[in-house]
Design a protein around this ligand. Structure first.
Ligand SMILES: Nc1ncnc2c1ncn2[C@@H]1O[C@H](COP(=O)(O)OP(=O)(O)OP(=O)(O)O)[C@@H](O)[C@H]1O
Ligand SMILES: Cc1ncc(C[n+]2csc(CCOP(=O)(O)O)c2C)c(N)n1
Ligand SMILES: [Mg+2]
Length: 298
């Protein structure tokens, strides 16, 4: 397939969107600018690191590549709008089904979240598949929720069970934009992050950005039901990563508000923000948590 044919085939799958004044076909896209702030996030997914190309259907690779960025928009409390899809395709005879599968996974999820595919880049080479997506979004009217607003006395919540994502959850998880909006419609959220590297690592980001520490209750941490090894499940929940649930903090007033509210799905109160101490993370008996989640080495 030629580059032009590939772009035309992508263009034919893409739907119009009110905030995309000019989409695929020119040197740049033209987006309607918002009077308020705009969210922008980018993520690159690679064969062998984030998925295994021969083992995973291309549509699921495409789905995951967009879903991880929707999750980052959710983590700021926003609504996604326009995606830019960069493909680096391995040069083989059978690349057409790969590209079509990738795009069908991307387009199906984009439609579900009312996201426009506003542009991208198409390349081929002799190396493995790489998919990189940049996604814009609109923050909630309360403003973007940052990692930096947690205060001692706040409660820490997660939006779903953790650990064991490698079975298939990392490919088919539901990014939490709807829940984030539901929560923000009810109450301010003092800090939030999505769990891509594991609670142990991602909650530490909230702690360092907010200059606080966090105490976790081991009894309260929800596990994904596929984790059968009882002796390692706490460690797995903290470190496996790719849960793509949200972790957020609420002040006592927010906790009261949510107690009275009926949410569309359960949330889990897993700990408390405390004054900054020598360890960012500890259990509620005071022992330090030394586990760390996923980290790329350079
Ligand atoms: N190469 C880079 N150049 C500039 N900024 C970067 C680079 N890599 C990461 N960042 C910035 O660092 C911050 C943290 O990025 P990080 O990738 O850890 O967050 P994330 O996207 O939520 O996590 P994950 O990649 O695990 O999904 C973000 O503000 C991001 O834009
Ligand atoms: C083939 C294969 N090997 C390992 C994993 C697990 N894994 C990969 S990246 C990552 C953290 C988030 O990455 P990033 O920080 O790049 O967003 C995790 C937990 C996988 N899904 N597939
Ligand atoms: Mg994130």
């Amino acid at each position: 397939m030629t580059e032009l044919k590939l772009i035309e085939s992508i263009r034919s799958q893409v739907k119009p969107h009110p905030n995309v004044m000019l989409g695929i076909g020119d040197d740049c896209a033209v987006l309607q600018s918002h009077p308020q702030a705009q969210l922008v996030t980018t993520d690159t997914l690679m064969d062998g690191r984030h998925f295994i190309c021969g083992d995973t259907p291309p549509a699921l690779i495409g789905r995951k590549s967009l879903a991880v960025s929707i999750s980052d928009i959710a983590a700021m409390g926003g609504v996604p709008e326009a995606a830019f899809v960069s493909l680096v395709i391995p040069q083989r005879k059978e690349s057409q089904p790969l590209v079509e599968g990738l795009m069908s996974g991307i387009v199906t999820l984009a439609d579900k979240f009312h996201i426009a595919i506003a542009g991208g880049d198409s390349n081929s080479w002799s190396g493995p598949l790489v998919v990189s997506i940049t996604l814009t979004g609109r923050p909630h009217h309360r403003g973007p929720v940052r990692r930096s607003g947690a205060k001692p006395g706040d409660s820490i919540f997660v939006t779903g069970p953790l650990g064991g994502s490698i079975d298939d959850h990392h490919l088919n998880f539901e990014p939490r934009t709807f829940l984030a909006k539901e929560l923000l419609d009810l109450t301010p959220i003092t800090s939030m992050i999505d769990l891509s590297d594991g609670l142990a690592t991602d909650l530490r980001h909230i702690c360092s950005e907010s200059a606080v520490s966090a105490q976790l209750n081991p009894e309260a941490i929800p596990f994904r039901s596929n984790i059968t090894h009882l002796d390692t499940r706490l460690e797995k929940a903290l470190t496996d990563g790719e849960d793509f649930e949200l972790c957020f903090s609420l002040n006592p007033k927010g906790v009261e508000t949510l107690k009275r509210a009926k949410l569309s799905q359960p949330i889990y109160h897993v700990g408390t923000i405390v004054k900054q101490g020598p360890n960012a993370l500890q259990w509620n008996d005071g022992t330090a948590i030394i586990s760390t989640g996923f980290e790329h080495g350079f």
